[in-house]
Ligand binder design. Sequence first.
Ligand code: XIL
Length: 344
Amino acid sequence: MKPLIIALALILAAPLPAYAGPRTPRDLRDLAHQQGIRIGTAVDVAALRGEADYRDRLNREFNHVTAENAMKWESVEPERGVYTWADADAVVHNAQRNRQRVRGHTLVWHNQLPAWLTSGVADGTIGADELREILRDHITTQVRRYKGKIRAWDVVNEVVEEDGSMRQSIWLTHLGPGYIADAFRWAHRADPHAKLYVNDFNLEWNAPKIETTLSLVKDLQARGVPIDGIGFQGHLGIQYDYPGDWANVMRRFADLGLEVAITELDVRMVMPVTEEKLATQADYYRRALTDCLSVEACQELTVWGFTDRHSWVPGWFAGEGSACLLDENLTPKPAYRALLGVRA
Ligand code: XIL
């Protein structure tokens, strides 16, 4: 008893340390911890398996991950009824071992579908009723497999066109607009605790897309469909203005009661790299995090790859690159330091 009282007295008598302001975080994970948010990255499974420096960095810097390709339909069911989970499992297992939460990406999309599915639909051997069953089974099987292990699912990806019309995917064309509500309901049934998202690109600034997506969300909510969040992919390029209204757009979705996440941030540039371009890029990354932190509902910022060694950008945007926080050698770029300097 006595030592306890003495100890208590000492604690109470000790002067409070002077408040020095928040210290600069050591790394992104430390930043995430300080800000109370999730900072994630897309994960390249081949690199995760084959490159120790990639793996170490991934696990040191991030408290959240998304499989870059491993959970897409063509990856998990390349042949009809034959599921190949090894790559997706590898991402989830690594995350569990390293206390990272996981975003599931993605259940319903028009890209990276297996050939058996697209050709079956094209040649008419898969009719509408069967297609709906296939979609239901796919969602149910995949969400169930990772039940309790995936924090949030991108249930539908890129369902709105740039002009604000609904995307004419095989899903809309063959199943009608109700496929979106169905997808959310099936996913919810398979894992009632997973947060269910609509995810899209150019939603940071494109007015027709923003308005249609807001209407879509309201319509789903009015019909009691379990939707929890909106994902802004955030594929930016410094040759375009930073989407200065982004925080306001986030707030409009948050006002509907949704979680907000930046799900695929990267900031590309026209090559070659210069100091000036890197400085602009750093500013874009800084502003994206600042925008997220300014909106209470935004608690996740995920980058679409963390190193230029493995980035989708050069392969998809001719003449562009250097979109990530670290270069090919995993050396931090100014953008990395800019993020560490952001304060809520
Ligand atoms: C990209 C991957 O990064 C590439 O490796 C793949 O070849 C194509 O898809 N929006 C999305 C992501 O939702 O799934 C895409 O990922 C990038 C754009």
